[in-house]
Design a protein around this ligand. Structure first.
Ligand SMILES: [Zn+2]
Length: 473
């Protein structure tokens, strides 16, 4: 349901980019194979595919309900990631905690305080429907008004094709009532008292959900049916919402006061309108794959001799709501910001285009010498860096930008495609290329060692400095 508000790898922008991407794919696909040269061999120990599958399956499981910010599924994921960092013997970077917290304005929405009486009028025929709060009726969206007596309220079925338009209509004050089956993700998500991010615009009308089977069956001629509603809700209670980035520290040696941040976002877009009966947007590729990489990189590197620079392993929340977690991290990092020398942010590494298995690309790669440094490490695992047409446009579309805008050399690396399951319930584990992911993560381990161990930290190029200056203005 948050697809319209996603600011990251923007859906709208992507719709425009996809044709270009398809052309690139076609060109790659039609090019004659370069004398069927074998893929470059890996000279380093490979990360096991079974471990990749285990972590990404847990994160993208239906039980996490799509890891919306905020949600119980996201909280559970945060605790789990912290436990993995702890088990890997990382240290806490935030005094006494695995969580780097930030606070945003939120709302408390209370389905237990709803009152809704409906009257169906059909000719002279009137049917009263009394509904029990939370059991029969839940509040899906809080309106500005908290009480009303309305003739002509809209009653729709969850399967109604115009529902989407109705739900996002901001004008009008009459409530909308939506009939939903008990297993509908909206119904499940609206149970009891819940917390939500405060929207930028207040909706004028409330949306109620009514459990299917409680409204009288339609009479012969539905066109003559009119509904009236008498309703009230609790006043919208403004609250402070505390959200977590999960952070683990691997201390360095002779350069331990310099930090390399490796990151990915562990949130996704939660539940939404079902497609083919599936309303859980699992976000397996976006970005359970990147988060899986961060977890496995922590586990891998903690077993090796300590790197020269310290490494911060960071899982961001709120990316899909507008890079919220990484913004908070960039503004108030747990270590002095001027000591953070690089950020390797990992986005969508599970779905390569055909022929691009074992290949990766970096956003804004010409803006610094980061790609050359990282590429040297990737090469040891046989991972090749390739150009990607939209890589510069995507530079400011993910969490790396929240650090780059403060001057930190920060890029996102991707080893995937902008596939048709992007931000849909069908972005599921079964569609990931696990051998490809394992190879990429092996390469990322080597890339991190390059960033952490070489003498000089990465530097912006003149082109990169100009781009950052232009963006700051
Ligand atoms: Zn993403």
């Amino acid at each position: 349901m948050n697809m319209h508000s996603s600011l990251s790898w923007r859906r709208g922008a992507l719709a425009a980019l996809l044709p270009i991407f398809a052309v690139v794919a076609q060109e790659t696909g039609s090019a004659p194979a370069p004398s069927s040269a074998p893929a470059p061999a890996s000279s380093v120990a490979a990360v096991a595919e079974a471990r990749v599958l285990e972590v990404v399956s847990w994160l993208a499981d239906d039980a996490r309900a799509g890891r919306d910010t905020p949600s119980a599924g996201l909280e559970e994921a945060a605790e789990w990631l912290a436990a993995r960092f702890k088990a890997a013997h990382l240290q806490q970077a935030v005094g006494g905690s695995w969580f780097h917290d930030y606070t945003l304005p939120g709302l408390q929405i209370d389905s237990t305080a709803v009152s809704l009486q409906l009257v169906r009028k059909h000719g002279d025929d009137k049917v009263d429907v009394a509904l029990v709060a939370d059991t029969d009726v839940r509040l899906w969206r809080q309106g500005e008004a908290v009480t009303g007596e309305d003739e002509g309220c809209t009653v729709a079925d969850a399967a109604d094709p115009v529902l989407q338009r109705l739900l996002f209509a901001q004008s009008g004050r009459q409530p909308i009532v939506v009939e939903v089956p008990e297993d509908h993700p909206f119904w499940i998500a609206s149970k009891g008292v819940r917390r939500a991010l405060a929207g930028r615009r207040a909706a004028s009308r409330p949306v109620f959900l009514v459990r299917k089977g409680l409204l009288p069956p339609p009479p012969g001629d539905e066109r003559d049916v009119a509904w009236a509603a008498t309703w009230s809700t609790a006043a919208a209670e403004k609250i402070d919402l505390t959200l977590h980035n999960v952070v683990g520290l691997l201390p360095g040696t002779d350069k331990k006061d310099e930090y390399v941040v490796v990151s990915a976002h562990y949130d996704h877009i939660g539940t939404g309108n079902p497609v083919n009966g599936d309303g859980i947007y699992n976000g397996a590729d976006d970005d359970a794959t990147g988060t899986t990489a961060v977890v496995l990189l922590a586990e891998e590197l903690a077993k090796l001799p300590a790197p020269r620079r310290s490494i911060l392993f960071v899982c961001f929340s709120g990316e899909e709501k507008g890079l919220l977690g990484s913004k908070a991290f960039g503004e108030r990092p747990p270590v002095p910001r001027e000591q953070i020398v690089a950020n390797l942010n990992i986005e969508m590494i599970g779905r390569p285009l055909e022929g691009n298995e074992g290949k990766a690309w970096i956003t804004g790669s010409g803006y610094s010498d980061f790609a050359a440094i990282v590429g040297a490490g990737l090469g040891r695992a046989g991972v090749e860096l390739v150009d990607f047409e939209m890589a510069n446009q995507l530079f400011a579309q993910s969490d790396n930008y929240s650090l780059a805008r403060h001057g930190i050399v920060a890029h996102s690396i991707s080893a995937g495609s902008l596939h048709k399951d992007y931000h849909r319930p069908s972005d599921e584990v079964g569609k990931l290329d696990i051998p490809h992911m394992a190879k990429i993560i092996t390469g990322l381990r080597e890339a991190l060692l390059e960033l952490a161990n070489r003498d000089a930290a990465p530097q912006w190029t003149e082109a990169g400095k100009k781009v950052m200056e232009r963006r700051r203005r």
